[in-house]
Design a protein around this ligand. Structure first.
Ligand SMILES: Nc1nc2c(ncn2[C@@H]2O[C@H](COP(=O)(O)OP(=O)(O)OP(=O)(O)O)[C@@H](O)[C@H]2O)c(=O)[nH]1
Ligand SMILES: [Mg+2]
Length: 254
């Protein structure tokens, strides 16, 4: 009892500090236009494990970037955001959040509300469900109830049924069935994420005059150059880009 109260006061303090940091992060992010994916779900469902597994699919990986995983309630005390870069240069930010519980200790509700704000900023929510838990249906409802309360009905949600290595009896339904720990079906999940986040991408041919080489650098960094050829008029490229870059550079279409 005493231990739990201590833990709660640490939680409250840490959460308060995080809110301030996140306000700044958020503004930066909005300017960057990189889409944000939030991992949401009941405590112990495997959100942080999935964060680490998806990090391994990122082009730039760093062992230090892994987050803490533990078989306990509230292993995650703060939200963490990492950038994921897929092989074709498509990027998104992935946010690991504090897990939900039913009957949240009331001291925590306020602190939680602020972490939940983070979720309202997401472009996509991955709702992680631990199907090895016999109460998973109730946990799923609890999480959905909280999501409803914070008013995110306009954000797309993918149901991610986790721990199929323990329970594989439930494989039909809307969503993706994975094992975050054993890295099963992660490719399917990534493809679903792609469908939602990058539906505005298109592949076009462009000619960049040598005098505008900086555009080439921008595209090299923020788009996916599939082919390039140096001609006497400039660099001819076949590039896959999002609608923002497309609008900006469509005068170079060929
Ligand atoms: N068998 C199995 N265990 C898993 C799987 N994914 C995660 N786990 C385990 O489930 C436990 C909780 O994992 P976490 O990733 O810390 O869960 P979380 O949702 O981040 O938990 P909180 O931060 O407390 O909300 C750990 O012991 C993981 O190793 C899986 O696919 N299969
Ligand atoms: Mg966690």
């Amino acid at each position: 009892r005493r231990k739990l109260e201590n833990r709660i006061s640490i939680l409250e303090k840490e959460l308060k500090e995080m809110v301030e940091d996140r306000k700044i992060q958020r503004q930066r992010r909005i300017k960057n236009e990189i889409p944000v994916v939030a991992l949401v779900g009941y405590t112990n469902s495997g959100k942080s494990t999935l964060m680490n597994t998806i990090l391994e699919c990122s082009k730039i990986q760093d062992e230090d970037k892994k987050v803490y995983v533990e078989d306990m309630l509230f292993a995650t005390l703060e939200t963490t955001t990492r950038q994921i870069i897929l092989e074709d240069n498509k990027k998104f930010l992935l946010t690991d959040t504090v897990g939900f519980v039913s009957r949240l200790p009331h001291q925590l509700v306020k602190a939680f509300r602020s972490t939940l704000e983070e979720i309202t900023e997401a472009d996509l929510i991955l709702h992680v469900i631990d199907i090895s838990n016999k109460n998973f249906e109730r946990q799923l409802k609890t999480t959905e109830q909280v999501l409803k309360e914070i008013g995110v009905s306009d954000i797309p949600i993918i149901h991610v049924y986790n721990k199929i290595d323990v329970n594989n009896t439930l494989t039909v339904g809307e969503g993706v069935f994975i094992s975050a720990k054993y890295k099963t079906n992660i490719d399917i999940l990534i493809n679903k994420i792609r469908e939602v986040l990058f539906s505005d991408y298109r592949t076009v041919k462009m000619l960049i005059p040598y005098s505008q080489g900086s555009i080439y650098s921008v595209l090299k960094e923020h788009a996916y150059i599939k082919e390039e050829e140096y001609t006497d008029k400039g660099i001819e490229i076949i590039v896959e880009l999002n609608s923002i870059l497309y609008e900006k550079y469509k005068h170079l279409l060929k």
